[in-house]
Design a protein around this ligand. Structure first.
Ligand code: ARG
Length: 457
């Protein structure tokens, strides 16, 4: 159907029609488009703008179309300009004249601004659920490995002892913030644009509050130009998803490192690993590499949205049709990545012994050795730091660790040392004593996992 038949003498050139059409992307919004139209038609009937009987006929026709698309009885025409045009055309074909009244006091500009909001509201809710599932797995694992000692790193150099549970809960914090950002974006998106019309509102006496209420919005937009020209919510959601991808990508990078022979901290289940076509020994963490790679396309989606919007004069411009492909790709990519990532994490084998022996090398208790001189012997920290540095240099030279360095060697560097140093630098003790709020001690990890769970509701 050509909406603008009256003004034009020719149909759109077929290839240009393909170029102009958004149906391949926006047909996924058919339910939301129809639900929006049902609300609009109901309001038109209630406000006396169209006959109640016509409104009822429109709503019944739309319900039927929705059911037929869902069942596959009605196929969406790939040549339609967009989902709005297709549904309206189908409605008129089915119910005749009443169908032609649906678009009274509405434009596709406020219609599409509504549909994208309704779609993203659902998508964000389902992404939040999926992230919560990941958080539950992280809490389970954190509890299980609350006292698994491993080296913590800075600059990818062994730094200080932590627990694996603590490391996992660092990611829990990131994903909690991701949920918060998505929730925030959804809150700001909770504004119904219907009634903005093409750009300048309408002269019909609409009951905008009713349409908003029927669609579950808490507010209506205050400015008709902004109502149709705003796509901040797409950019906000893509930005929130981009950060979630940053977190998944960093996590993936660590999983990749941990799977290497160099670390061997974990082993992934066969169901979440791949082999090589030539090297029979290989077991590759492809899933995580693909997630790390896919983060790039999501950042691209965000750039697409920002760049697409930055030069647009008010109000609607066709450039904005590009919004959906970008924001839906961001949504779909995050969902796609979380889907294997969650069970992969759930089924990974944690090689505690390897973590423990990595922790035993690398002098990660050097800070604790210095702290011992401060706490037990009253030295200023800077002196204690220097003495410990000298001890580490001696150990490296002799192929020893702080645990195996004899007490007389300690005493040669600083008379104050006694046997107590060995207790002070015991890795388990070093970790257990880090019970400052936010620290890696096992009791902290268990409490933190509980707190995170409570936040998930
Ligand atoms: N397919 C269009 C989009 O996605 C719908 C709005 C079209 N409005 C217009 N004035 N051409 O943005």
């Amino acid at each position: 159907m050509e909406l603008w038949k009256g003004r034009f003498q020719k149909a759109l050139d077929p290839k240009t029609n393909d170029f102009n059409s958004s149906i391949s992307v926006d047909s996924r919004m058919y339910k939301e488009d129809i639900e929006g139209s049902i609300a609009h038609a109901t309001m038109l009937g209630e406000a006396g703008i169209i006959e109640k009987s016509e409104s009822e006929k429109i709503c019944a026709g739309l319900e039927q179309i929705k059911a037929d698309i869902a069942s596959g009885a009605l196929l969406i025409d790939p040549n339609a300009e967009d989902i709005h045009t297709f549904v309206e055309g189908e409605l008129t074909a089915r119910i005749g004249d009443a169908g032609k009244r649906l678009h009274t006091a509405r434009s596709r500009n406020d219609q599409v601004a509504l549909d994208v909001r309704l779609t993203l509201r659902k998508e964000c809710a389902s992404l939040i659920e999926q992230i919560k599932e990941l958080l539950h797995v992280l809490c389970d694992q954190a509890e299980e490995y609350a006292d698994t000692v491993m080296p913590g790193y800075t600059h990818l150099q062994r730094a200080q002892p932590i627990t694996f549970g603590h490391h996992l809960l660092a990611y829990a914090e990131m994903f909690l913030r991701d949920i918060g950002r998505l929730e925030d974006a959804v809150k700001r998106m909770d504004v119904c644009p219907l009634g903005s019309g093409a750009l300048a509102g309408t002269t019909y006496p609409l009951d905008r509050d009713l349409s908003a209420k029927l669609l579950g919005f808490s507010q209506v937009s205050r400015n008709s130009l902004d109502g149709v020209a705003d796509r901040d919510f797409c950019a906000e959601i893509a930005a929130a998803i981009s950060l979630a991808m940053v977190h998944l990508s960093r996590f993936s990078e660590e999983v990749i490192l941990w799977c290497s022979w160099e670390f061997k901290f974990i082993e992934l289940d066969d169901a979440f690993s791949t082999g090589s076509s030539i090297m029979p020994q290989k077991k590759n963490p492809d899933i995580t590499e693909l997630i790390r790679g896919k983060s790039g396309r999501v950042f691209g989606d965000l750039m697409t949205l920002l760049t697409m919007m930055k030069g647009l004069p008010l109000a609607y411009n066709k450039d904005m049709q590009e919004d959906k492909e970008a924001v839906f790709d961001a949504v779909d990519t995050l969902r796609l990545c979380l889907t294997p990532f969650i069970p992969m994490l759930k089924t990974m084998r944690v090689l505690k012994e390897n973590m423990r022996s990595a922790a035993a090398r690398g002098f990660i208790n050097a800070t604790d050795c210095a702290d011992y001189l401060v706490a037990a012997k009253g030295l200023p920290f800077r002196d204690a730091y220097k003495i410990t540095g000298q001890l580490v240099a001696i150990c490296i030279e002799r192929g020893l660790t702080l645990e195996t360095l004899p007490l007389e060697e300690y005493k040669k560097v600083c008379e104050a040392f006694d046997d107590g140093v060995y207790t002070a630098i015991n890795l388990e003790k070093c970790v257990n004593d880090r019970k400052v709020r936010g620290g890696p001690a096992p009791e902290n990890v268990r409490a933190a996992a509980k707190e995170v769970r409570a936040l998930l509701g």
